[in-house]
Ligand binder design. Structure first.
Ligand SMILES: O=C(O)CCC(=O)C(=O)O
Ligand SMILES: [Fe+2]
Length: 339
Protein backbone atom coordinates (compact mmCIF):
# COMPACT_ATOMS: atom_id res chain seq x y z
CA UNK A 1 0.00 0.00 0.00
CA UNK A 2 1.43 3.44 -0.77
CA UNK A 3 2.31 5.43 2.32
CA UNK A 4 0.49 8.78 2.25
CA UNK A 5 2.82 11.78 2.02
CA UNK A 6 2.15 14.03 5.03
CA UNK A 7 0.51 17.33 4.22
CA UNK A 8 2.97 20.16 3.53
CA UNK A 9 2.86 22.42 6.55
CA UNK A 10 2.94 19.71 9.20
CA UNK A 11 6.41 20.92 10.21
CA UNK A 12 6.97 20.55 13.94
CA UNK A 13 8.90 23.41 15.53
CA UNK A 14 11.22 22.63 18.45
CA UNK A 15 10.02 23.82 21.88
CA UNK A 16 11.61 27.04 23.09
CA UNK A 17 14.40 26.93 25.65
CA UNK A 18 13.50 27.11 29.34
CA UNK A 19 16.80 28.84 30.08
CA UNK A 20 16.80 32.42 31.13
CA UNK A 21 19.23 33.87 28.60
CA UNK A 22 20.48 37.42 28.23
CA UNK A 23 17.89 38.39 25.62
CA UNK A 24 18.28 41.48 23.40
CA UNK A 25 15.78 44.23 24.04
CA UNK A 26 14.32 44.82 20.57
CA UNK A 27 11.34 46.90 19.45
CA UNK A 28 8.50 45.62 17.27
CA UNK A 29 7.32 47.39 14.12
CA UNK A 30 3.60 46.58 13.97
CA UNK A 31 2.60 46.83 10.32
CA UNK A 32 -1.08 46.86 11.30
CA UNK A 33 -0.47 50.58 11.88
CA UNK A 34 0.94 51.07 8.37
CA UNK A 35 -2.39 51.86 6.72
CA UNK A 36 -2.97 55.39 8.04
CA UNK A 37 -0.71 58.46 7.61
CA UNK A 38 -0.44 58.89 11.41
CA UNK A 39 0.41 55.22 11.83
CA UNK A 40 3.14 55.47 9.20
CA UNK A 41 4.62 58.51 10.85
CA UNK A 42 4.77 56.72 14.19
CA UNK A 43 6.23 53.55 12.66
CA UNK A 44 8.84 55.55 10.72
CA UNK A 45 10.13 56.91 14.03
CA UNK A 46 10.06 53.48 15.69
CA UNK A 47 11.95 52.01 12.74
CA UNK A 48 14.66 54.65 12.49
CA UNK A 49 15.31 54.52 16.23
CA UNK A 50 15.63 50.73 16.01
CA UNK A 51 17.98 51.04 13.03
CA UNK A 52 20.16 53.60 14.80
CA UNK A 53 20.33 51.84 18.16
CA UNK A 54 20.24 48.05 17.74
CA UNK A 55 20.07 47.46 13.97
CA UNK A 56 17.74 44.49 14.71
CA UNK A 57 13.98 44.63 15.35
CA UNK A 58 10.84 42.52 15.06
CA UNK A 59 8.04 42.97 12.52
CA UNK A 60 4.51 41.71 13.13
CA UNK A 61 1.19 41.73 11.26
CA UNK A 62 2.92 41.48 7.91
CA UNK A 63 0.08 39.83 6.07
CA UNK A 64 1.76 36.52 5.24
CA UNK A 65 -0.10 33.74 7.03
CA UNK A 66 1.59 31.38 9.48
CA UNK A 67 0.32 28.52 7.35
CA UNK A 68 2.32 29.76 4.35
CA UNK A 69 5.39 30.13 6.56
CA UNK A 70 4.95 26.60 7.97
CA UNK A 71 4.80 25.22 4.44
CA UNK A 72 8.12 26.90 3.63
CA UNK A 73 9.76 25.34 6.70
CA UNK A 74 8.43 22.00 5.53
CA UNK A 75 9.89 22.51 2.05
CA UNK A 76 13.25 23.34 3.61
CA UNK A 77 13.07 20.24 5.78
CA UNK A 78 12.22 18.03 2.81
CA UNK A 79 15.03 19.48 0.73
CA UNK A 80 17.66 18.72 3.38
CA UNK A 81 16.31 15.17 3.79
CA UNK A 82 17.47 14.37 0.23
CA UNK A 83 20.62 12.28 -0.05
CA UNK A 84 23.96 14.10 -0.02
CA UNK A 85 24.52 12.92 -3.58
CA UNK A 86 21.21 14.37 -4.78
CA UNK A 87 21.80 17.71 -3.00
CA UNK A 88 25.34 18.01 -4.39
CA UNK A 89 23.86 18.09 -7.91
CA UNK A 90 22.61 21.60 -7.06
CA UNK A 91 25.98 22.99 -5.94
CA UNK A 92 26.55 25.89 -8.35
CA UNK A 93 29.58 26.16 -10.59
CA UNK A 94 31.93 28.71 -9.07
CA UNK A 95 30.79 27.88 -5.50
CA UNK A 96 34.38 28.24 -4.30
CA UNK A 97 34.48 31.75 -5.83
CA UNK A 98 31.41 32.84 -3.92
CA UNK A 99 28.55 31.88 -6.29
CA UNK A 100 25.84 31.16 -3.79
CA UNK A 101 22.53 30.36 -5.43
CA UNK A 102 21.73 26.68 -5.10
CA UNK A 103 23.16 24.29 -2.53
CA UNK A 104 26.12 24.66 -0.20
CA UNK A 105 27.13 21.59 1.72
CA UNK A 106 28.25 21.80 5.29
CA UNK A 107 31.88 21.32 4.32
CA UNK A 108 32.10 24.63 2.50
CA UNK A 109 31.92 26.68 5.67
CA UNK A 110 35.23 25.18 6.75
CA UNK A 111 36.74 24.26 10.07
CA UNK A 112 35.02 25.83 13.07
CA UNK A 113 37.49 24.70 15.71
CA UNK A 114 41.10 24.26 14.70
CA UNK A 115 42.13 22.32 17.84
CA UNK A 116 39.65 19.49 17.22
CA UNK A 117 39.27 19.97 13.44
CA UNK A 118 35.49 20.09 13.84
CA UNK A 119 33.84 21.35 10.67
CA UNK A 120 30.76 23.44 10.11
CA UNK A 121 27.61 21.37 9.63
CA UNK A 122 25.56 24.19 8.14
CA UNK A 123 23.80 23.42 4.87
CA UNK A 124 22.20 26.12 2.75
CA UNK A 125 19.84 26.17 -0.21
CA UNK A 126 19.50 29.64 -1.77
CA UNK A 127 16.76 30.46 -4.27
CA UNK A 128 17.21 33.66 -6.32
CA UNK A 129 14.59 36.07 -7.62
CA UNK A 130 11.93 34.73 -9.98
CA UNK A 131 12.15 37.75 -12.30
CA UNK A 132 13.75 35.88 -15.20
CA UNK A 133 17.37 36.91 -14.52
CA UNK A 134 18.28 33.70 -12.69
CA UNK A 135 17.08 30.51 -14.40
CA UNK A 136 17.68 27.56 -12.08
CA UNK A 137 17.28 23.81 -11.77
CA UNK A 138 15.73 22.43 -8.63
CA UNK A 139 15.11 18.92 -7.29
CA UNK A 140 11.52 17.69 -7.51
CA UNK A 141 10.69 18.53 -3.85
CA UNK A 142 11.32 22.19 -4.71
CA UNK A 143 10.34 22.19 -8.39
CA UNK A 144 6.90 20.73 -7.57
CA UNK A 145 6.18 23.76 -5.36
CA UNK A 146 8.03 26.43 -7.29
CA UNK A 147 4.95 28.55 -7.98
CA UNK A 148 4.18 28.65 -4.25
CA UNK A 149 7.80 29.53 -3.42
CA UNK A 150 7.70 32.34 -5.98
CA UNK A 151 4.46 33.73 -4.52
CA UNK A 152 5.97 33.55 -1.06
CA UNK A 153 9.13 35.43 -2.09
CA UNK A 154 7.09 38.04 -3.95
CA UNK A 155 4.85 38.60 -0.94
CA UNK A 156 7.87 39.20 1.26
CA UNK A 157 8.69 41.98 -1.15
CA UNK A 158 5.25 43.54 -1.32
CA UNK A 159 4.14 42.93 2.30
CA UNK A 160 7.35 43.42 4.27
CA UNK A 161 10.15 45.03 2.29
CA UNK A 162 8.11 47.66 0.47
CA UNK A 163 6.54 48.94 3.72
CA UNK A 164 9.92 48.99 5.49
CA UNK A 165 11.46 50.89 2.58
CA UNK A 166 8.62 53.44 2.61
CA UNK A 167 8.97 53.91 6.38
CA UNK A 168 12.71 54.42 6.05
CA UNK A 169 12.13 57.04 3.33
CA UNK A 170 9.61 58.85 5.56
CA UNK A 171 12.06 58.84 8.46
CA UNK A 172 14.79 60.35 6.25
CA UNK A 173 12.34 62.89 4.73
CA UNK A 174 12.87 61.48 1.24
CA UNK A 175 10.15 60.83 -1.37
CA UNK A 176 8.21 57.78 -0.14
CA UNK A 177 9.22 55.67 -3.13
CA UNK A 178 12.94 56.45 -2.79
CA UNK A 179 14.02 53.01 -1.51
CA UNK A 180 11.28 50.99 -3.20
CA UNK A 181 12.67 52.36 -6.48
CA UNK A 182 16.04 50.79 -5.62
CA UNK A 183 14.36 47.46 -4.78
CA UNK A 184 11.92 46.58 -7.54
CA UNK A 185 11.15 42.90 -7.78
CA UNK A 186 11.46 42.89 -11.57
CA UNK A 187 14.92 44.54 -11.57
CA UNK A 188 18.12 42.55 -11.35
CA UNK A 189 19.38 42.12 -7.80
CA UNK A 190 20.90 39.32 -5.77
CA UNK A 191 18.00 38.82 -3.36
CA UNK A 192 17.59 35.25 -2.20
CA UNK A 193 15.27 33.11 -0.17
CA UNK A 194 17.24 30.71 2.00
CA UNK A 195 16.55 27.39 3.65
CA UNK A 196 19.34 26.83 6.17
CA UNK A 197 20.03 23.81 8.34
CA UNK A 198 22.50 23.75 11.19
CA UNK A 199 22.95 20.03 11.81
CA UNK A 200 23.40 19.32 15.49
CA UNK A 201 26.56 18.39 17.36
CA UNK A 202 26.94 16.25 20.48
CA UNK A 203 27.20 18.15 23.79
CA UNK A 204 30.91 17.20 23.92
CA UNK A 205 31.48 18.64 20.45
CA UNK A 206 29.52 21.78 21.32
CA UNK A 207 31.70 22.32 24.38
CA UNK A 208 34.75 22.41 22.09
CA UNK A 209 33.08 24.67 19.52
CA UNK A 210 31.57 27.57 21.40
CA UNK A 211 30.31 29.15 18.16
CA UNK A 212 28.49 27.81 15.10
CA UNK A 213 29.18 30.86 12.96
CA UNK A 214 31.52 33.79 13.29
CA UNK A 215 30.45 37.36 13.86
CA UNK A 216 29.56 39.13 10.60
CA UNK A 217 27.29 41.73 9.05
CA UNK A 218 25.02 40.98 6.08
CA UNK A 219 25.71 42.61 2.73
CA UNK A 220 22.31 43.73 1.49
CA UNK A 221 19.46 45.99 2.61
CA UNK A 222 17.37 44.02 5.08
CA UNK A 223 17.57 40.37 6.14
CA UNK A 224 14.28 38.76 7.21
CA UNK A 225 14.59 35.84 9.62
CA UNK A 226 11.47 33.80 10.30
CA UNK A 227 10.80 32.81 13.89
CA UNK A 228 13.61 30.50 15.01
CA UNK A 229 12.69 28.50 18.12
CA UNK A 230 16.22 27.16 18.62
CA UNK A 231 18.17 29.93 20.36
CA UNK A 232 21.60 30.63 18.92
CA UNK A 233 21.45 33.98 17.14
CA UNK A 234 23.24 36.71 19.07
CA UNK A 235 23.72 40.37 18.19
CA UNK A 236 26.47 42.68 19.38
CA UNK A 237 25.25 45.90 20.97
CA UNK A 238 26.80 48.98 19.40
CA UNK A 239 27.10 50.95 22.62
CA UNK A 240 28.42 48.35 25.06
CA UNK A 241 29.86 45.66 22.78
CA UNK A 242 28.00 42.93 24.73
CA UNK A 243 26.44 39.93 22.96
CA UNK A 244 22.70 39.38 23.48
CA UNK A 245 20.51 36.48 22.38
CA UNK A 246 17.58 37.04 20.02
CA UNK A 247 14.37 35.63 21.49
CA UNK A 248 11.86 33.92 19.23
CA UNK A 249 8.52 35.78 19.23
CA UNK A 250 5.30 34.27 17.93
CA UNK A 251 4.02 35.62 14.62
CA UNK A 252 7.01 37.87 14.03
CA UNK A 253 9.97 38.23 11.76
CA UNK A 254 13.34 39.26 13.12
CA UNK A 255 14.79 41.85 10.74
CA UNK A 256 18.22 43.42 10.54
CA UNK A 257 19.58 46.28 8.47
CA UNK A 258 22.61 45.40 6.40
CA UNK A 259 25.71 46.97 4.88
CA UNK A 260 24.13 48.48 1.73
CA UNK A 261 21.66 50.54 3.78
CA UNK A 262 24.47 51.63 6.02
CA UNK A 263 26.55 52.79 3.02
CA UNK A 264 23.56 54.59 1.44
CA UNK A 265 22.91 56.50 4.66
CA UNK A 266 26.54 57.36 5.43
CA UNK A 267 26.48 55.09 8.49
CA UNK A 268 23.28 56.59 9.96
CA UNK A 269 21.61 53.18 9.70
CA UNK A 270 23.61 50.56 11.59
CA UNK A 271 24.50 47.16 10.12
CA UNK A 272 24.85 45.10 13.27
CA UNK A 273 27.40 42.34 13.88
CA UNK A 274 25.72 39.02 14.68
CA UNK A 275 26.65 35.34 14.99
CA UNK A 276 25.19 31.96 15.82
CA UNK A 277 26.42 30.38 19.01
CA UNK A 278 25.92 26.91 20.50
CA UNK A 279 22.26 26.60 21.60
CA UNK A 280 21.35 26.21 25.27
CA UNK A 281 21.61 22.70 26.78
CA UNK A 282 17.90 21.90 26.42
CA UNK A 283 18.03 22.49 22.64
CA UNK A 284 21.30 20.85 21.66
CA UNK A 285 19.62 17.60 20.61
CA UNK A 286 17.73 19.15 17.68
CA UNK A 287 18.81 20.37 14.25
CA UNK A 288 18.20 24.10 13.72
CA UNK A 289 16.26 24.78 10.54
CA UNK A 290 16.10 28.39 9.34
CA UNK A 291 14.04 30.27 6.80
CA UNK A 292 15.49 33.62 5.71
CA UNK A 293 15.16 36.22 2.99
CA UNK A 294 18.07 38.44 1.98
CA UNK A 295 17.04 41.66 0.21
CA UNK A 296 19.53 43.68 -1.81
CA UNK A 297 19.42 46.87 -3.89
CA UNK A 298 19.56 46.48 -7.68
CA UNK A 299 22.97 45.38 -8.94
CA UNK A 300 23.57 48.74 -10.63
CA UNK A 301 22.88 50.87 -7.51
CA UNK A 302 25.97 52.88 -6.56
CA UNK A 303 26.64 52.69 -2.82
CA UNK A 304 27.13 56.44 -2.38
CA UNK A 305 25.66 58.37 0.55
CA UNK A 306 22.26 59.85 -0.31
CA UNK A 307 22.68 63.62 -0.50
CA UNK A 308 19.03 64.68 -0.71
CA UNK A 309 17.87 63.63 2.75
CA UNK A 310 17.42 66.72 5.00
CA UNK A 311 17.82 64.40 8.01
CA UNK A 312 21.19 62.99 6.91
CA UNK A 313 22.40 66.50 6.00
CA UNK A 314 21.26 67.98 9.27
CA UNK A 315 22.70 65.13 11.35
CA UNK A 316 26.01 65.26 9.45
CA UNK A 317 25.89 61.81 7.83
CA UNK A 318 27.17 62.81 4.40
CA UNK A 319 30.06 60.41 3.72
CA UNK A 320 30.37 56.66 4.02
CA UNK A 321 33.67 54.80 4.46
CA UNK A 322 34.40 54.70 0.72
CA UNK A 323 33.84 58.43 0.35
CA UNK A 324 35.69 59.37 3.53
CA UNK A 325 38.77 57.40 2.48
CA UNK A 326 38.67 58.74 -1.09
CA UNK A 327 38.24 55.22 -2.57
CA UNK A 328 36.02 54.75 -5.59
CA UNK A 329 32.44 53.95 -4.62
CA UNK A 330 31.34 50.51 -5.85
CA UNK A 331 27.96 49.47 -7.14
CA UNK A 332 26.08 46.66 -5.45
CA UNK A 333 27.39 44.29 -8.11
CA UNK A 334 30.91 45.66 -7.74
CA UNK A 335 31.03 45.21 -3.98
CA UNK A 336 30.37 41.49 -4.34
CA UNK A 337 33.57 41.07 -6.34
CA UNK A 338 35.49 42.89 -3.57
CA UNK A 339 34.54 40.20 -1.02
O1 LIG B 1 20.69 31.44 11.53
C1 LIG B 1 20.59 32.56 11.99
O2 LIG B 1 19.91 32.81 12.99
C2 LIG B 1 21.36 33.71 11.38
C3 LIG B 1 21.97 33.40 10.05
C4 LIG B 1 22.79 34.52 9.50
O3 LIG B 1 23.21 35.42 10.18
C5 LIG B 1 23.11 34.54 8.05
O4 LIG B 1 22.86 33.53 7.37
O5 LIG B 1 23.63 35.58 7.57
FE1 LIG C 1 23.82 37.08 8.92
Amino acid sequence: MPVPVPELGSYQYAPETKENLDWADLVTVDLAKYHTPEGRKELAQTLITALREKGFFYVKNFNVSQERVDRQFDLGKRFFELSAEEKEKYTPEGAAQGVYNGYSSAGRYGILDSASGLKSRTEVYNIPKFNGDFPHDHPAVIADHLKEIEEFARSLHSEVLDPLHVLLAIALELPEDYFTNLHKYESKSEDHLRYMKYNKYSPEENAKLGLWSRGHTDLGSFTLLFRQPVAGLQIRYHDTGEWRWVKPQDGTLTVNACDALSFLTGGYVKSTVHRVTVPPKDQQHVDRLGLLYFARPHNDVKLATIQDSPVLQHEGYTKNDFEASGSSVPTMEGIMSLL
